[in-house]
Design a protein around this ligand. Structure first.
Ligand code: C5P
Length: 228
């Protein structure tokens, strides 16, 4: 049995992928299953936390018992729900795969096919929700004791996923960052995860290859330590 060591803590977790409409029936999406975010929610609830799960599109997953689920569609929707829900939370974890871009001009009607070449799709930037949570807190617009994010990194010949992770932690300004090495069938649409847990206090821990629940436990252990 897990200890109820998150009793009295309120945590907010995002999960799954956002969807950006092209027209009323089509969207740009991604392959996120939501499994890691749901595992975080399940483990936190088991450990006694009051959990709000903000989910974009996910695989068919069971909502963990006792968890308050809020469904969102686009990144903009997830952003406004996260900014509202994060206020006063002990911990906020952005595990969602947020689309970096949206479609600049959505068609109000279903785009028709014709013999002519189709128009190119113009994209526009989406907000970076994680960075915005940190900025809003710094501006005193919301209070959240601890903010954590995820980074899926492939690395390249000049830099390892870990080095990219360190830079991302500094750029986003959050307290904790889980860095997953991706590629070769790792992390997306699979049951297991591995990587590193980086803290803005300079702490670095390896997360051994294991289930998403195990990774969730590792993260909540670190959150608990940091909350004191
Ligand atoms: O910059 P990158 O997408 O790699 O950062 C990943 C982290 O940032 C994840 O925690 C993700 O949930 C969050 N993110 C976000 N808003 C975006 C893009 C990413 O909150 N538009």
């Amino acid at each position: 049995a897990l200890p109820r060591d998150l009793d009295g803590r309120r945590v907010v977790i995002s999960a799954g992928g956002t969807r950006e409409p092209l027209d009323p029936v089509r969207y740009l999406g991604n392959r996120s299953s939501g499994r890691q975010g749901y595992a975080l929610a399940r483990v936190a609830a088991h450990r006694g936390a009051e959990v709000t799960l903000v989910a974009g599109h996910t695989a068919e997953l069971v909502t963990p018992a006792g968890v308050r689920l809020i469904r969102t569609g686009t990144a903009e929707e997830m952003r406004s729900v996260m900014l509202a829900e994060a206020d006063g939370a002990d911990a906020v974890v952005m595990a969602a795969a947020v689309a970096d871009f949206k479609v600049a001009e959505q068609a109000g009607h279903k785009i028709k096919k014709s013999d002519a070449e189709p128009d190119p799709v113009r994209l526009a930037k989406n907000p970076d929700i994680l960075a915005e949570l940190v900025e809003s807190r710094a501006a005193g617009e919301l209070s959240a004791s601890l903010i954590a994010g995820f980074a899926a990194e492939t690395g390249d010949p000049s830099s390892s996923p870990l080095e990219y992770g360190r830079a991302k932690l500094a750029r986003k300004g959050c307290e904790l960052l889980v860095v997953n090495a991706v590629g070769d069938g790792r992390a997306f649409e699979v049951e297991d995860n591995a990587g590193w847990l980086l803290g803005d206090d300079g702490t670095e821990a390896t997360i051994p290859h294991g289930s998403k629940s195990l990774l969730a436990s590792t993260l909540w252990d670190a959150v608990k330590r940091r909350l004191g």
